[in-house]
Ligand binder design. Structure first.
Ligand code: UD1
Ligand code: CA
Length: 453
């Protein structure tokens, strides 16, 4: 039987060490706010409800979470009186009655759903409280886990710990999984008689033991539990996240020649047998199909690339770009809101925006869709098999019919019928001997001037 599960995400942190006008938990890793990573992990671990406890900058945090998880509930902790006090800010949500409560911190984006699932499974075997712990040679600042006979007896916060307890290197990672049917009264029993005068969530361990519940410390990888307090740590966590996801992508069948120079977004999808060359940056919303090659130095965001396409080197593909099977976008090209159909080629120095490029069409070097008239954006439609000569300007709204030709250097302002040829440029005139005339006149003028000097 599946157990109902509420995740409680504490996001009331002051985050002053970020030196930011924005709440700490909204700072992004891989293009997604920290709290988004935590919420995604909770949801992936089966949490069917989410309660977010906010403090500073509540509204911006609430707006972000609500957009991603419309059913989330929000609870404000006005005074910051400790982690148990923060959890109890979500009292209304807890009172709905859940089998499992996941208590998570909003600033630990490396926590995985797998670890949370393992912790939940332990509750399923009868424990009342599961605490995620980690071993470290530098335990300073963390709560120490006091374990005997395989059971966790208590958590002692650094400031309240004895000399002997401070020597313990097994620490509280902050994540707790609680039996929602049994621990609710224990949360209310937590007091604030300690060195900090705070309501410590960690006191629930000793209280649960006294009430006869099983309490377990589950060892997790320390790297999953690191929190972000400064921008230096933000960058470290980003690096760790990237390393982990590159590895996943490669194990999933994507080739990376120099993985350390490829930057993934939280939702990048790389299908098997694609090749990502060095120095490629993926913004959010990218999917790369099987067999596609992204050459060096490309930036892609909000794009879907079908099988066997080639992109770059040095291409920028902006949101709304879709490449059909085998399409090519070459060096120094920019695309935006562009549907490029199968086999079409945009090989050199082009801007294609707000456009469709039909199957098999060839867009010559330097072609520009003039999509913006200073007020509005307009659409360009290029038919299948069309050939647009180099250095053409297509002034939208305009349609180039299937199989039509556009002569090089044209400024196309009117629709071109299918299979027609458009030539829209000054006609060439050759004046015999006039090149020599100009050269001689210039030489004479130069001599006259140097004679004067
Ligand atoms: C806490 C744990 C400690 C653990 C460490 C792991 C307690 C008492 N201690 O200590 O055992 O080793 O995390 O990082 O739980 N928060 C609120 N409201 C509050 C207080 C805290 O929302 O009133 C949130 C913070 O924003 C943060 C989290 O709870 O996300 C932890 O609070 P923090 O003050 O950083 O606890 P630590 O002293 O680090
Ligand atoms: Ca902390």
């Amino acid at each position: 039987m599946t157990r109902s599960c509420l995740s409680i995400i504490l996001a009331a942190g002051e985050g002053t060490r970020m030196r930011s006008g924005m709440s700490k938990v909204l700072h992004p890793v891989a293009g997604l706010p920290l709290v988004g990573h935590v919420a995604d992990a909770a949801a992936a671990a089966g949490a069917d409800a989410m309660a977010v406890v906010t403090g500073r900058d509540s509204e911006a945090v609430e707006r972000f979470v609500a957009a991603r998880f419309p059913a989330a509930s929000f609870h404000r902790q006005i005074e910051r009186l400790g982690t148990a006090h923060a959890v109890l800010a979500a009292r209304d949500a807890i009172a709905q009655g859940y089998d499992d409560l996941l208590v998570l911190f909003g600033d630990t984006p490396l926590l995985t759903a797998d670890t949370l699932r393992t912790a939940r499974a332990l509750l399923g075997t009868g424990a009342g409280v599961v605490v995620l712990g980690f071993h470290t040679q530098r335990p300073e600042g963390y709560g120490r886990l006091i374990v005997a006979d395989g059971q966790l007896h208590a958590i002692r916060e650094e400031k309240d710990a004895s000399q002997a307890e401070r020597a313990i290197t097994f620490c509280n990672g902050g994540v707790m999984v609680l039996d929602g049917r049994r621990v609710a009264p224990l949360l209310d029993a937590i007091g604030n008689d300690n060195a900090k005068g705070e309501y410590y969530l960690t006191d629930i361990v000793a209280l649960a033991r006294q009430a006869g519940h099983g309490v377990v410390a589950l060892e997790a990888d320390a790297s999953e539990l690191v929190g972000v307090n400064t921008r230096v740590e933000l960058a470290e966590v980003e690096a760790a996240w990237q390393a982990r996801q590159r590895r996943q992508a490669m194990l999933g069948g994507a080739t990376m020649i120099d993985p350390s120079s490829v930057f993934l977004a939280h939702d990048t999808v790389l299908d098997a047998d694609c090749v990502i060359e060095p120095n490629v940056v993926f913004g959010p919303g990218v999917r790369i199909g099987t067999g596609a090659v992204i050459h060096a130095f490309c930036h892609l965001e909000g794009v879907t690339i079908a099988e066997d396409c080639a992109v770059g080197p040095f291409a920028r593909l902006r949101p709304g770009t879709q490449l059909g099977q085998g399409a090519k976008v070459g060096n120094f090209c920019e695309t935006k809101n562009a549907e490029v159909e199968a086999g079409a080629k945009i090989n050199h120095l082009s801007y294609i925006g707000d456009a469709r490029v039909g199957a098999g069409a060839n867009i010559g070097a330097g072609t520009i869709t003039c999509n913006y008239d200073g007020a509005l954006k307009h659409h360009t439609d290029i038919g299948s098999g069309a050939f647009v000569g180099s250095n053409s300007s297509l002034v939208a709204p305009v349609r180039i019919g299937d199989g039509a030709y556009v002569a090089s250097g044209s400024v196309v302002t009117e629709d071109v019928p299918p299979d027609a040829m458009a030539i829209a440029r000054g006609r060439q005139v050759n004046k015999d001997g006039y090149g020599r005339t100009v050269r001689e006149r210039n030489a004479a003028a130069k001599a006259a001037r140097s004679g004067k000097a």
